[in-house]
Design a protein around this ligand. Sequence first.
Ligand SMILES: NC(=O)C1=CN([C@@H]2O[C@H](COP(=O)(O)OP(=O)(O)OC[C@H]3O[C@@H](n4cnc5c(N)ncnc54)[C@H](OP(=O)(O)O)[C@@H]3O)[C@@H](O)[C@H]2O)C=CC1
Ligand SMILES: O=C(O)CCC(=O)C(=O)O
Length: 449
Amino acid sequence: MTTIMDIISGRDPHETEFHQAVTEVVGSVKLVLDKNPEYRHARIVERMVEPERIIQFRVPWVDDQGRVQVNRGFRVEMNSAIGPYKGGLRFHPSVNLSILKFLAFEQVFKNALTTLPMGGAKGGADFDPKGKSDNEVMRFCQSFMSELFRHLGADRDVPAGDIGVGGREIGYMFGMYKKLKNEFTGMLTGKSLNWGGSLIRPEATGYGSVYFAQEMLTTRHQTLKDKICLVSGSGNVAQYTTEKIIQLGGNVVTLSDSTGYIYDEKGIDLDKLVYVKYLKNLKRGRIREYAEKYPEAVYMEFDPAADHSPLWNHRADCAFPSATQNEINELDARNLVNNGVQVVCEGANMPTTLEGIDIFLDHKILFAPGKAANAGGVAVSGLEMAQNAMRIKWNSQEVEERLRKIMQHIHRECLVASEEYGTPGNYVNGANIAGFVKVAEAMMDQGVV
Ligand SMILES: NC(=O)C1=CN([C@@H]2O[C@H](COP(=O)(O)OP(=O)(O)OC[C@H]3O[C@@H](n4cnc5c(N)ncnc54)[C@H](OP(=O)(O)O)[C@@H]3O)[C@@H](O)[C@H]2O)C=CC1
Ligand SMILES: O=C(O)CCC(=O)C(=O)O
């Protein structure tokens, strides 16, 4: 019998990240398909793994030396069964169709979990903003949007940020869209506060991830107070994960970027975090500089040839991988377990390999997959869309309270689904199944389209 994996690996044999994301979901939803043969008959999964539309385009721009540069831009519109396409844009040299298809696929289930009406998409370019001047980034963003604009709209497709795309890039892209379409609409989220952005959107992914960890700990009558936490990354998600952990009494001892990590045994407090935000968001420097400013911290360079990451080999209670995909492999997972970790909460998308996930599940670690744990970002994007549509603005308490309730709801949904399908406490199955059923039901209602 031909399996889903045969179909996708036959069609696109090199898309390893996409295969990984699909393997994980298919493993969970098999339980649903066995109970609901109508989904098999309607070939729901076969349809879900094929993007509704992929847009690929040339992005030419001129650098500060007057040389013409050419990048490749994409938007993968995966599924619009429950709402307009929604998901971030990633600017990073590693961007390709495999990575964007895995991200768009994950986004479909994540967005369904938020309970808000959003379909799933992801896009970006193999452009590296690192080391570029503001003017170069602006010219790139303008060129990127001069093609993508025709596919976007508040009721059609609403991108946001992701790796390499923050407030600066969203601003440049919004400006170009507005000029080309001569309209001011909420067709991007993550906008600045004074022109349509929502309070708490920058904080939302990190805060939401920590709320999710808190909910998981509550099931074991514990809190984050005094817990030692390993956080990877030092960008948007890592910064606000760290902030919320500190607010809840935990102790964050690591941060990283793609070249290395810092270990600060005394803990990163709110003052040090202010410096990290300045270093990463304004100075656009390297995390190494943290250890130069705070000599109590040590900096370790990553060895690209190493079989594990030393960041995950410290004594700790909780781990919040918040940098990128596949940053925790099987050996890292074993190291975390041997070092006493009880909670692994994925702020990044798919940061753990399939083998790593198995280790966590086998050891009954409280393991939250990214599509549940980091859904707070897109949830507040959904709230930004709602505020834009109503032409109102909620205050930060209101938005954060909605975020907290959404994360509690997602946590409950995951637990309920995992129990209903015979794997209690397995948040991977819970998230995949709860997200899948909502999208599958909408696809059944809407016929074969
Ligand atoms: N922003 C959001 O709202 C959401 C983000 N996510 C996910 O969270 C993760 C982080 O995103 P975000 O914080 O927004 O991105 P940022 O660009 O703000 O930060 C990314 C961080 O991860 C590091 N990083 C990036 N690529 C690699 C790599 N290949 N190897 C090691 N480190 C790397 C970066 O280091 P360096 O500076 O050296 O590149 C940087 O510290 C991603 O997986 C993203 O998809 C998920 C949900 C929402
Ligand atoms: O806010 C959004 O629309 C998308 C955020 C995102 O890219 C993600 O959840 O991975």
